[in-house]
Design a protein around this ligand. Structure first.
Ligand code: SF4
Length: 127
């Protein structure tokens, strides 16, 4: 995983952080507020299993609606604000919660990689 070291202002100790920016499906916003995504990040499960570092969420945005072109600029903005890793939520790649994956998921991921791949890593599911 990509990591950066930051000094915790309270403890003065160096702390390793993963800073993530989440992108979700615009079409599922009405039926899912991302509760499970936040829970599994907090509990470090599924895509975050075994992560030792602290996880800071820089932001959670949607793809902007079909066909998802805004995902690239929105990912770029989260990277500007400190994200080391862009995470595509499972609503995009696995179709959670209704079993309907995004038909543009591969293209969205490829476009983000093309624009930001030299700066960040992409995780392509949450749970
Ligand atoms: S492009 Fe994909 S991720 Fe975005 S709203 Fe449409 S189905 Fe959802």
């Amino acid at each position: 995983m990509t990591m950066k070291e930051y000094v915790n202002k309270n403890t003065r100790k160096d702390v390793l952080f993963m800073k993530i920016g989440l992108i979700r499906c615009r079409q599922t916003e009405d039926m899912c507020p991302g509760t499970m995504d936040f829970k599994i990040i907090r509990e470090k499960k599924y895509a975050f299993d075994g992560i030792k570092e602290e996880i800071e969420i820089i932001g959670m945005v949607s793809c902007g609606g079909c066909p998802g072109k805004k995902a690239v600029t929105r990912a770029e903005e989260m990277v500007k604000r400190g994200a080391d890793i862009i995470v595509l939520a499972s609503c995009i790649t696995r179709g959670n919660p209704i079993g309907f994956p995004c038909p543009h998921a591969k293209q969205i991921k490829a476009a983000i990689e093309n624009k930001l791949g030299n700066k960040i890593r992409i995780i392509d599911y949450t749970h």
